[in-house]
Design a protein around this ligand. Structure first.
Ligand code: HEM
Length: 565
């Protein structure tokens, strides 16, 4: 049916619109409807396609009947659409900049106050972590990085925002995952549901369960060591760590299935994961877009990545347990929960594990090696510590000395302080409809979000002396194991060090990641000598940091490797 039939029908039978309005009154009516539309979007944030179409198209087209006497059948719909959408945008703009906006008291750049698309634009080069730090340096501890979102760089807000009585997750992670049918643990917003879903993960990373993963680590670290030792000339350590963590993740999560250490990234899986990450950030910042994008042929890399992880997960689910892998716990093969979880939930958490367990650890390992190798005195000191606890003949996979290896921990901590794997942190928001919240010194109204910006917090001179310097000794000084440098005030605030996040939604895999990284260092340094490739400039890695929610470093770590024994 064409507009010539629809509009009169709407006018006379449905909307019962008067036909004798003046032009100004008719335009005013269209404008009034646009303001109403803004109020509806603000209150209910509809995403249901028929509702959105009605609000954005059907209403202005219906109202165009009022304009027909003044503009004619053809022009009236165009004038109505233009007027409606101009008023709608003006209303949104004025409200977001007005003193009545609930976040009006917080400073920030004008475009960020207007639209979250500003952050999408800033993230086009994957450098939002540096941009947000610049904003904090300019505006202070709290910055409005979206019309409804705050970034915070204040240690006093960490516990109130993320601790036990803090706020649940915000909507960004569900958007980033393209709204999976059943949300993975990391994106669950309801605190009670999150706590329930976290139980099997906690069992999977208990001290007893970690012991079960040790033989897998022994196998994969030995394989990594052999491969590194047998390479001729220069090699990129970062790539080898990626392959190692990916193979280990395959064994640990799915009971096997990946052999990158043996065959390289033949199927382009690692590349696919990197490309998939790039596409995610738009949906992280504009989560409502995911609702539509998941129906459209957009983000092919992201969809491919999800499809791949989904396939691996579904396969393992069908196969059942041959070892006590992560799935053993997630799918209740340990029989602890009364009701087994639905398959879609297990698959969703498998997708999460695939991503959470691999590049987080490989990037941290690569960064730690890069930093000690470019500061050879740290390399020598760590080597000496490994030699002390694991001399030739001592089993370097035995974890019994880990707690005494203070310099190894200092190196790992310092690496995670300077290069947190989630540079821009994890969003929190009042649970929808639960009311406004006060978080430390800040007020977070219902319908808004906030995040602690890890990158800025952990590089703040109020919390760490010389924050941009890789200085592992700070951790020993803080423990009283070394004297502080004379003639300056030593600043160290461990509460501002949250690379594994904080509170009931912190990293559930922290103990595994730490055990894995310590075992890699002990075994590799016991058996191999590393040296930076002299033709490679290690400073180039510093500029290659990318924030794709997870930290990514584009630059390699070029080294030569020799057997020690
Ligand atoms: C150096 C290594 C790692 C670091 C720095 C790290 C850091 C983080 C951070 C910052 C979060 C966000 C928590 C939040 O939303 O507040 C997180 C969540 C998570 N991580 Fe890790 N992670 C690492 C390794 C791992 C490993 C090996 C696994 C194993 C599967 C893992 C599994 C998870 C899971 C399941 C979550 C979601 C937790 C929840 O929402 O309750 N992570 N991690």
């Amino acid at each position: 049916m064409g507009t010539e039939y629809v509009l009169p029908l709407l006018r006379t039978n449905i909307l019962k619109l008067p036909t004798n309005m003046t032009r100004n009154d008719a335009l005013l009516a269209v404008g009034g409807a646009a303001v109403l539309c803004h109020l509806i979007f603000k209150k209910w944030e509809p995403t249901y396609i028929p509702a959105v179409t009605t609000l954005l198209l059907v209403v202005p087209l219906g109202l165009s009947a009022l304009l027909v006497p003044h503009y004619g059948q053809l022009l009236a719909p165009l004038v109505a659409l233009a007027t409606y959408h101009t008023i709608l945008l003006t209303s949104i703009t004025l409200y977001r900049l007005s003193p009545w906006h609930p976040l009006a008291q917080y400073p920030g750049p004008l475009p960020a106050k207007l639209s979250k698309w500003w952050m999408v634009w800033q993230e086009r080069n994957c450098k939002q972590h540096l941009y947000i730090k610049q904003l904090h340096d300019r505006y202070g501890d709290v910055v409005r990085i979206g019309p409804n979102e705050l970034s915070i760089r204040n240690v006093d807000a960490v516990a109130p925002l993320m601790g036990t009585n803090g706020l649940p997750k915000g909507p960004s992670l569900r958007g980033q995952g393209l709204e999976p049918p059943i949300t993975g643990l990391i994106a669950i917003r309801d605190p009670a549901e999150h706590a329930r879903r976290r139980r099997p993960w906690t069992r999977a990373f208990s001290t007893a369960a970690l012991k079960e993963y040790e033989p897998i680590l022994v196998k994969r670290i030995s394989q990594l060591c052999e491969q590194l030792a047998s390479q001729k000339g220069t090699l990129d350590l970062a790539t080898w760590f990626s392959w190692f963590t990916y193979d280990f993740m395959g064994d640990m999560v799915f009971g096997g299935g990946s052999e990158m250490l043996a065959h390289g990234d033949q199927d382009g899986i690692w590349t696919m994961f990197k490309e998939g990450g790039e596409g995610q950030m738009m949906y992280h910042h504009v989560p409502w877009l995911a609702h539509y994008a998941k129906r459209l042929p957009m983000s092919p890399a992201l969809k491919k990545m999800r499809g791949f992880a989904l396939g691996r997960t579904a396969e393992r689910y069908k196969k059942g347990a041959s070892t006590k892998d992560l799935f053993y716990y997630l799918s209740n093969e340990d029989g602890v929960e009364k009701t087994p979880p639905p398959a879609a939930q297990v698959i969703s958490d498998g997708v999460l594990a695939t991503i959470a367990a691999s590049d987080t650890t490989s990037t941290t390992l690569s960064n730690a090696f890069w930093n000690i190798l470019r500061h050879p005195h740290y390399y020598k000191r760590l080597q000496a510590e490994v030699d002390k606890f694991y001399p030739v003949g001592e089993n370097a996979f035995d974890t019994k000395h880990h707690s005494k290896m203070t310099f190894l921990d200092a190196v790992l901590n310092e690496t995670l302080r300077m290069y947190p794997v989630l540079p821009s942190g994890s969003q929190r928001a009042p649970f929808p409809g639960n009311g406004d919240r006060v978080v430390g010194p800040y007020y977070i109204p219902d319908g808004t979000q906030a995040r602690i910006h890890f990158w800025s917090l952990q590089r703040d001179p109020r919390y760490f002396s010389h924050p941009d310097t890789f200085w592992p000794e700070r951790w020993l000084i803080a423990e009283g194991l070394e004297p502080a440098p004379a003639g300056e005030k030593f600043v160290h605030n461990p509460n501002a060090f949250i690379p594994f996040s904080f509170g009931p939604s912190n990293c559930v895999g922290k103990n595994l990641a730490q055990m894995e990284m310590r075992m890699v260092f002990c075994y590799l340094l016991q058996n191999l000598d590393f040296e930076l490739d002299k033709s490679w400039n290690p400073a180039e890695r510093e500029n290659s940091t990318e924030d794709q929610f997870v930290l990514l470093m584009r630059s390699p770590v070029q080294v030569t490797v020799r057997r020690r024994v």
